[in-house]
Write a protein that binds this ligand. Structure first.
Ligand SMILES: Cc1ncc(COP(=O)(O)O)c(C=O)c1O
Length: 348
């Protein structure tokens, strides 16, 4: 049985979190002399002299409407990368605990594990980029705290079989993190609606992809109230700056535009896949549920360098396990995709 108290680090269990001025007084006042801010203002058009809301209440309320999940089940991080790091710091004892990764997958899970001195146990995906459940089950021991599943997966682009993820959720006594950074491009349903079913589920999403706000650095984690409370305790007090909160709130009113972009992008993805298949150096293009495609080629290094020479940058993934010969190509605007195709015509 999953019990949060069993997997929480003792130092976090006993942690007295920092209490900021904005935590201690929440009402309206006319004179704020409590946070050592500059009362004169900011040398900008807009006043940024006050610390931001540490719990990002207004942004969470808007996200709650969009996602259909209460604000108390939402954590916001300085990008999902911060949420990943916080999970390590809250649940994994350095030098003792381990986590399961299923490569090829998003690289930050491993980097974050290494930074936190946490062992990674790698159970590669199968040839068709799905979970090896038996391998995962064998790799789990009493010190396994987290399993990271990226779906749709980066860099392969495919979604991971839903039943397999549910098998892990139902049987693993640690936390299963389902990273849905690319979910807006997917035909699959989000796992957010399973939060009421599984106490050990953390779903991560981000405003960096479909929402077009990578520069603002806002990542989301959705989980039980208990897990969110732990993540809030561990995070730096003012982890989302005021400008990002304001701009995110404004952008989150623009769902129609984002949905239109997603539709256009998916049409562009289909077009690009069809055209790329005509090149004889393209061996395979994997089915994608994301805003990129993984293209297996006869010569990833040669094509990559050729594109660089022509000012076009894609991601060379040929050194990644199970991705030999593969380039990961983000879907661009129609003009950018056309330029990519025209340049590839010239590749010999
Ligand atoms: C699967 C996955 N998760 C998380 C991230 C990072 O997102 P953020 O910009 O919110 O830190 C990325 C970025 O490429 C990603 O591919």
């Amino acid at each position: 049985m999953f019990d949060l108290q069993n997997i929480l680090r003792n130092n976090i269990k006993n942690l007295v979190p920092y209490s900021s001025a904005r935590d201690e007084f929440k009402g309206e006042a006319s004179v704020y002399l409590d946070a050592n801010e500059n009362a004169f203002g900011s040398p900008l058009d807009k006043a940024y002299n006050r610390y931001p809301d540490p719990m990002q209440y207004r942004v969470k309320m808007r996200l709650s409407e969009i996602k259909g999940v209460p604000a108390r089940n939402i954590f916001l991080g300085n990008g999902s990368d911060e949420a990943i790091d916080i999970l390590f710091r809250a649940f994994c004892n350095p030098g003792v605990d381990n986590v399961i990764l299923v490569p090829p997958t998003y690289g930050m899970y491993e980097v974050s594990a290494n930074i936190n001195d946490v062992e990674t146990r790698k159970v590669p995906l199968t040839e068709d980029y799905q979970l090896n459940l038996e391998g995962i089950s064998e790799a789990i021991d009493k010190n396994t705290k987290l399993i990271f599943i990226c779906s749709p997966n980066n860099p392969t682009g495919n979604s991971i079989d839903r039943d397999d993820i549910e098998t892990l959720l139902a049987n693993f006594n640690g936390i299963v993190v389902v990273d849905e950074a690319y979910i807006n491009f997917s035909r699959q349903k989000t796992f957010i609606q399973e939060l009421t079913e599984y106490a050990n589920l953390v779903v991560m999403q981000t405003l960096s992809k479909a929402w077009g706000l990578a520069g603002l650095r806002i990542g989301m984690a959705f989980a039980s109230e208990e897990i969110i409370e732990v993540m809030n305790r561990v995070k730096p007090p003012y982890n989302i700056n005021e400008a990002s909160q304001e701009l995110a709130l404004k952008a989150l009113q623009n769902t129609d535009l984002v949905n239109l972009w997603i539709k256009e992008l998916l049409a562009e993805r289909d077009k690009l896949v069809l055209k790329l298949k005509d090149f004889d150096f393209v061996l395979d293009i994997y089915p994608s549920d994301a805003n990129f495609i993984l293209v297996k080629t006869t010569d990833a290094n040669g094509i990559y360098n050729f594109l660089v020479q022509h000012g076009i940058i894609v991601r060379n993934r040929t050194k990644v396990e199970l991705c030999e010969g593969a380039l990961r190509i983000t879907i661009g605007t129609p003009d950018e995709n056309q330029k990519l195709l025209e340049t590839l015509q010239q590749y010999k």
